[in-house]
Design a binder for this molecule. Structure first.
Ligand code: GLY
Ligand code: MN
Ligand code: MN
Length: 418
C-alpha cells in the first residue's frame, strides 16, 4: 500500500531551522492534552501540529523546551514509563525513548515540575520567551508566576524582562513551504481521498442515507492506510449542501438531488481537502447542471491563476469574476459586472473564500497577507493550497425559485511548483 512511498521526516533539520529563527530566545511548546468525553473516556487524541512538527512526539501531556543558550538545547518532558497506565492506554515512549529515539538532549517526566525548573534555568540566557498564551489558563498562570520569580532573581544582573511571543510566529512560515517529504505525504493523503470520493460516487443512490456514504468514504481512508480524517466528513444531500460545515450526515437522499461530499484523509499528519458534488441518481437536472458548470468553470479558471508570483487573492478574485458573470447569465444577478462585484452582490450565493493553505492542518499555517490585510502575499513554489468555489441557493435564499435547494462546491488541492 501507500506508506512505503514516503521518505522520512527530518525532525532534526526542522529543529536546526527553528533554532536559527529563535536567536536569543527560549521557546516552550506545549503538546495537546486529552479531552474528556465522559468519565474515563476521552476524545481521540491527535498531537498539536507545531509540537509534532518539531518533535515527532505523538503522546498527550508533553512539553518541549528549546534553549539555544543552555547545554541541553532541546529538552523533552514526557509521560514516564508506567506498566499500569501502559496496560490501559498503550505504549509510552518514556524518558529514555525521548532521548534515544527523538534525540532530545535531555528528557524528564512531565508528571513533575521539572519543566518549570528547566525554564527558570534557561531564562537568564535568553532575551525573550516564545510561549503560546491563552490555551490553558492554569499553565499561563504558572508561567507568569515563574517569570515574576525569575525577574526577582535576575534583575540585578540586568536581565529581568522577557517579552512573550507566540512560537507559531516562528513556525508558520516554515510550515507554509512544504519539503519533499511533506509533499509525498500530502500526495498520499490526496490519492487516498480521491479514491474514496470515487468509491462514494459509485455507491451513492436514492434511498441511501448520508451516513452510509460517509462509511464508504471513511472505509476507504482507513483501508488505504490513512490515519484519520483531516476534519469531520461533510456528506450533505439536497438542501443540506447549503450548510457549509454540515456534518450530521443523517439524512436520506432522494432521487434528483445532489450530494456534496467534502472529505479529506489525514496521512502521517498531513491532510487532503477535497469536495465533489454529484447527482444521487447519476444525471443532473437542467438547473443542477447550470449551477455545476458555472462552479466548475470558476474552479478551472482559478486553478490557472494559482502560480508563483501571482497574488494569493487572485484565486478568489478570479472565482468572483467568473461567478458574477455566470450569475448574470443565469438571471440571478442584473447590472454591470464591475458594480455587482464592488457591491459583493454574489455574497448571498458565494459566502466563503476560494482558498486556504493546506498541510498538517486543513486550514494550515502561514500568513495570507504582507504586513497589512489589504496586501495579499504572492504565491511561491512549495506552497500547497485548495481551490474551492461554490454556489449555494438555500431554502431561504432570494435567488430564482428554480435553483432553490441547490448547493455545489468543487474543491481540489494544488501544489505550487516553479
Ligand atoms: N473542509 C473545510 C474546508 O474546505 O475548508
Ligand atoms: Mn477547504
Ligand atoms: Mn473542504
Amino acid at each position: 500500500m501507500y506508506p512505503k512511498e514516503s521518505p522520512p521526516i527530518d525532525f532534526a533539520a526542522r529543529r536546526a531551522a527553528f533554532f536559527k529563527k529563535l536567536g536569543g530566545g527560549v521557546a516552550l511548546l506545549v503538546g495537546a492534552d486529552l479531552q474528556t468525553r465522559n468519565d474515563d473516556v476521552d476524545f481521540p487524541f491527535r498531537q498539536e501540529s507545531d509540537f509534532y512538527f518539531l518533535t515527532g512526539f505523538a503522546e498527550p501531556k508533553a512539553l518541549a523546551l528549546f534553549s539555544p543558550g543552555s547545554k541541553a538545547k532541546f529538552q523533552l518532558f514526557v509521560p514516564p514509563k508506567d506498566k499500569e497506565r501502559e496496560l490501559w492506554d498503550g505504549y509510552r515512549l518514556g524518558v529514555q525513548g525521548a532521548k534515544q529515539i527523538l534525540k532530545a538532549d535531555a528528557a524528564f517526566s512531565s508528571d513533575t515540575d521539572d519543566w518549570e525548573k528547566a525554564l527558570l534555568e534557561a531564562l537568564p540566557h535568553a532575551d525573550r520567551i516564545y510561549y503560546r498564551v491563552g490555551r490553558n489558563a492554569d499553565r499561563d498562570r504558572r508561567i507568569f508566576t515563574l517569570l515574576e520569580k525569575a525577574k526577582r532573581q535576575h534583575w540585578k544582573g540586568g536581565r529581568w524582562l522577557w517579552p512573550i511571543h507566540d512560537p507559531h510566529e516562528l513556525l508558520s512560515e516554515t510550515r507554509l513551504v512544504k519539503s519533499k517529504a511533506e509533499i509525498a505525504r500530502l500526495q498520499i493523503a490526496a490519492k487516498i481521498s480521491a479514491e474514496a470520493h470515487v468509491n462514494a460516487m459509485r455507491a451513492a443512490k436514492p434511498g441511501m442515507f448520508e451516513y452510509e456514504v460517509q462509511a464508504v468514504i471513511e472505509h476507504t481512508f482507513r483501508a488505504r492506510g490513512a490515519w484519520r480524517v483531516g476534519y469531520e466528513s461533510i456528506v450533505a444531500s439536497g438542501h443540506n449542501a447549503c450548510i457549509l460545515h454540515y456534518n450530521t450526515n443523517q439524512r436520506k437522499m432522494e432521487r434528483n438531488e445532489l450530494l456534496l461530499i467534502d472529505a479529506g484523509a489525514e496521512y502521517d499528519y498531513y491532510t487532503a481537502d477535497i469536495t465533489r458534488t454529484f447527482p444521487v441518481s447519476g444525471t443532473f437536472t437542467k438547473e443542477q447542471a447550470e449551477v455545476y458548470d458555472l462552479v466548475l468553470e470558476a474552479q478551472k479558471e482559478a486553478i490557472r491563476s494559482a502560480r508563483p508570483g501571482k497574488k494569493f487573492s487572485e484565486i478568489n478574485d478570479t472565482v468572483i469574476e467568473v461567478l458574477t458573470e455566470g450569475l448574470k447569465k443565469l438571471k440571478v444577478l442584473k447590472g454591470p459586472t464591475k458594480t455587482l462585484i464592488a457591491k459583493k452582490a454574489y455574497r448571498p450565493y458565494y459566502p466563503h473564500g476560494a482558498s486556504h493553505w493546506l498541510g498538517m492542518d486543513v486550514h494550515d499555517a502561514g500568513r495570507y497577507y504582507d504586513q497589512s490585510p489589504e496586501k495579499s502575499r504572492l504565491m511561491a513554489a512549495g506552497q500547497v493550497l485548495t481551490v474551492e468555489p461554490g454556489l449555494y441557493f438555500g431554502a431561504e435564499s432570494d435567488g430564482p425559485a428554480r435553483f432553490k435547494g441547490i448547493g455545489v462546491r468543487i474543491e481540489d488541492d494544488v501544489w505550487i511548483t516553479p
